[in-house]
Ligand binder design. Structure first.
Ligand code: ATP
Length: 214
């Protein structure tokens, strides 16, 4: 794995994959970098630089092969046998995540969920078995989980993160509204939906005011 590649490039490759998948469904066989760029809202030079990471090169007359790029991105982004994911916190958000991801990807599977509340455990929710916190380490090891999703309240998130890291997990997707403090070798992505909603609401008000002035 090339460590010099930034998470921004990885994020854009995932975005290109989604766009290319749509193009393939529509029957497109080739795509030019400038078309992919305008769909992804980046520059064509950026697309070409990103695709160079894959070793992909386009044909000046036809562009890039859609199926070829999809294969290259898959080979680059996905672990060959997929990766197992564990979720901690089976509240409203956790259950929504289980429902959303159930059967969605064969490469990233939420294989176990954990919660401190005994009412939430010992059952299967959207195809995923929910365990008590005392089973966390054993299940994560048994299922060779490499990614953790945190959907507990803010005050519990840091402790959960540390617990997951102790089991060997090095990637966390954090939905708790708190900045986690983690060692440098752990990758965390924070998703704060409240902050996003507030930002959109604020911008909506600003744009409404500027529209009135038009
Ligand atoms: P619900 O009403 O179903 O509990 P909620 O979305 O209101 O849902 P939250 O208070 O946001 O619940 O908590 C999310 C989940 O995190 C809950 O299922 C809760 O039991 C669990 N949880 C809270 N603290 C911990 C902890 N320290 N360890 C593990 N799970 C926890």
């Amino acid at each position: 794995m090339n460590k010099a590649i930034s998470d921004k490039v990885i994020g854009r490759l995932g975005q290109y994959r989604r766009l290319l998948g749509r193009l393939a469904e529509e029957g497109a066989r080739f795509v030019f970098s400038h078309d992919l760029a305008s769909m992804a809202r980046v520059t064509a030079a950026q697309v070409r630089r990103d695709l160079m990471v894959l070793g992909a090169s386009g044909n000046p007359a036809k562009g890039y092969s859609v199926s070829g790029l999809l294969e290259d991105i898959e080979a680059f982004l996905d672990a060959p046998d997929g990766q197992n994911v564990a979720l901690v916190g089976v509240g409203n958000l956790g259950r929504a995540l289980l429902a959303f991801f159930a059967g969605r990807s064969t490469k990233l599977r939420i294989v176990a969920a954990f919660d401190a509340n005994p009412e939430k455990t010992g059952r299967v929710i959207h195809g995923c078995r929910c365990y008590g916190m005392d089973a966390l380490e054993a299940e994560i090891q048994r299922e060779a989980v490499t990614v953790g999703v945190i959907a507990v309240p803010a005050d519990a998130a840091q402790e959960i993160a540390e617990h997951l890291i102790e089991t060997g997990i090095r990637g966390l997707l954090n939905f708790a509204p708190v900045r986690l403090s983690v060692p440098a070798n752990v990758y965390v992505e924070d998703i704060d939906m409240t902050v996003s909603m507030e930002r959109v609401a604020y911008m909506a008000r600003q744009n409404a005011v500027s529209l009135e002035k038009l």
